[in-house]
Design a protein around this ligand. Structure first.
Ligand SMILES: NC(=O)c1ccc[n+]([C@@H]2O[C@H](COP(=O)([O-])OP(=O)(O)OC[C@H]3O[C@@H](n4cnc5c(N)ncnc54)[C@H](OP(=O)(O)O)[C@@H]3O)[C@@H](O)[C@H]2O)c1
Length: 301
């Protein structure tokens, strides 16, 4: 496929690489719907918040601080610092007090490729922030999901960079070995496994769970890349980078489009179902990650 075809082609959904968040939600009324978006103050989260509100949704927008969530324009601004379980639990309690059913939970927040090992509560920070923080949030809110509620996890094509084992259960601290992209890849593999395991647990209900790769988009996500890598990413980006409105399209397609209301357990890219690394479909790894995550969370103060 030529670059021109890649950038202009559309998949079975009728959308493709170049579709924007506004285009995939055109004609979709979200009046009366409540959608939670994590990391609503920057990049893809901020664009998702804007477009969801444009379509009439009430957006519970979370950020590291309530001020950031408010400044972003959240209908219900909440603090949710994902590396701090107390903050995530307080966020869960605030949503519960709000008393409204959630039509979708969009787990968008994330950090990428920290050059040196950093930890939270003894665990590698990307695994903890991107996976454990969202695990606490989503499992704490599951009973508030509307009957046809959806969970969307931001994964990444970088899930392919996860270690051979997928998840290194013997090295969740990162202390035995650490590589910035391996660790990011592992955290995004965990996001993908979590969506797939949720989908298995949702069987027999109308709930759905999916994971998405948004594309390659220039956002604050690259803040931890050192200058040399940034130049390479910039050059790659010059050829194949999406804009932020294009980057937010796939997650909104999975979160609110009528065509995906019953699609579950899939990985989306360019607004279409795509292929993930085959071992992400191994239910044994996903089940183990769920159980280990529960044990970790139970031990956290
Ligand atoms: N951009 C890409 O090319 C790309 C590609 C594949 C996947 N993704 C995924 O897309 C998602 C959105 O990324 P983006 O590109 O929009 O990046 P971004 O502009 O850096 O936004 C990330 C968001 O996550 C928040 N966040 C980071 N650490 C947090 C923490 N500990 N607690 C709570 N919130 C935290 C950030 O808050 P602050 O602003 O306060 O730090 C920000 O709101 C991420 O999950 C990323 O892995 C992006």
């Amino acid at each position: 496929m030529s670059l021109y075809e890649l950038f202009t082609s559309k998949g079975p959904s009728g959308f493709g690489y170049a579709s924007t968040a506004e285009q995939v939600t055109e004609g979709v009324s979200l009046e009366g719907k409540t959608i939670l978006v994590t990391g609503c103050n920057s990049g893809l989260g901020l664009e998702s918040l804007r477009v969801l509100k444009l379509r009439g949704a009430r957006v519970v927008g979370t950020a590291r601080t309530v001020d950031k969530a408010r400044a972003a324009g959240s209908s219900v601004p909440l603090a949710c610092e994902l590396s701090d379980p107390a903050s995530v639990r307080a966020c869960v309690e605030s949503v519960r007090r709000d008393g409204v059913r959630l039509d979708a939970i969009l787990c968008n927040a994330g950090i990428m490729a920290l050059p040196k090992l950093a930890q939270a509560h003894g665990f590698e920070l990307q695994f903890f922030t991107n996976h454990i923080g969202h695990f606490i949030l989503v499992t704490g809110l599951l009973d508030l999901l509307a009957d046809d509620g959806r969970v969307v996890m931001l994964s990444s094509a970088a899930h392919q960079m996860a270690p051979k084992a997928g998840i290194e259960f013997d090295n969740l601290s990162g202390e035995k070995r650490y590589g910035s992209w391996r660790a990011y890849g592992q955290s995004k593999f965990a996001n993908l496994l979590f969506a797939k395991e949720l989908a298995r647990r949702f069987v027999g209900t109308k709930h759905v769970a999916n994971a998405v790769h948004p594309g390659v988009i220039s956002t604050n996500l690259s803040r931890h890349l050192h200058a040399g890598i940034s130049v390479i990413v910039g050059l790659v980006g010059w050829v194949g980078q999406k804009s932020v409105p294009q980057g937010a399209a796939t997650q909104l397609y999975a979160a609110v489009h009528p065509a995906t209301a019953t699609t579950s357990g899939h990985y989306f890219a360019d607004c279409n179902v795509a292929k993930n690394r085959p071992d992400a479909d191994d239910p044994a790894i996903a089940k183990r990650l769920w159980e280990v995550s529960e044990e970790i969370v139970a031990r956290l103060a």
